[in-house]
Design a protein around this ligand. Sequence first.
Ligand code: AMP
Length: 395
Amino acid sequence: MPKLTIEQLDLRDKRVFLRADLNAPLEGGAVSDDTRLTAVVPTIRLALDRGAAVVLASHLGRPKGTRDPKFSLKPVAERMASLLGRPVPLAPDCVGPDTVTLAKGVTGGQLLLLENLRFHPEEEANDDGFARELAALADCYVNDAFAAAHRAHASIEAITHHLQPAAAGLLMRSELVALGRILEAPQRPLVAILGGAKVSDKVALVEHLLERVNALVIGGGMAFTFLHALGHGVGRSLLEADRVETARRVLESARRRGVQVVLPIDAVVAAGLDAPSGRTVGIRDIPGDQMGLDIGPRTVERFDGVITTAGTVVWNGPMGVFEKAPFAAGTLGVARAVAAAPAFSVIGGGDTVAAVNQAGVAERIGYISTAGGAFLEFLEGRTLPGVEALTEAPR
Ligand code: AMP
């Protein structure tokens, strides 16, 4: 781990600014899925156990720089209090004199949650003055918000210019280690499974992965642009006409590099997304008036064959419109195949995590990332501002 981690900090009687991603979904004024909250609990506990005063901060939703009570962190404070088994007081704001007084009043082993960082437009603007105000609340900085690390926001990037040392939390470290294993010296063969709607969203990812993987398995809506590039008729399936050339280039580059590209050989087709059921056809037989909405069973078997022989698997994106029951089988089948494979598996992205949970196989996945956008940008080989800003580990 090239970056300083929280375990290397002397935390006794220190006030720690802990940036977390507590951006959990809410329903009826309560947190409806606390995955992101439970993921930072180990870091909070470690800091408190080591005698630090913890000033916890996060964004929630998109309040667009205004104070919108709909996006208050109050429900998060309540759920966090029950997860930690201790009170989690919520400051009325994340900056300002009242917040400063409250933060200074927190002593070793205690916690204060700041109100939504995005109530201030300066947060997303990476404003230096705002970052300075946040920095004044603590003696050192810990970032455990990997899911937000692709954002150069004030509490993620600018704050580190005023608050040092800046260390990775335990979740940030786990994410960097697990995802790092994909790009650096993975157990081979390395197999990437990509799905989801569009080629255009994944071009950078595909191009970066092509230089590293042994096999690229492509499902979901994006597969049809590749199939079209190979001369198949795809009916009314999702097709990005302006990406056919890109798909052709990818296929050619894969061939040159000896990367196996595995595409669907059958599909579940229907007249539209709201069809009550679908029909399986061979990939050459998609009727002109139908759309491919899932991979078929023979494709699942074919993908399974590749996944089973992998040393490392990375997966992002559903294989079909898995939100609709008639088109979920392909995605669930791939989830089961990834879980059953002896490979070290890493998955990321909201849909993919939901699919693995729906298939009931989450426990058998090597690592489940809490990130979507940051997960993809990391695998694209991009530098994440929130990681870059952390202090280098001592040699
Ligand atoms: P993405 O955000 O790009 O990962 O795409 C996820 C979305 O792709 C999901 O909402 C799926 O319903 C959708 N999707 C997957 N396969 C297909 C397909 N064959 N046709 C249309 N949409 C699809």
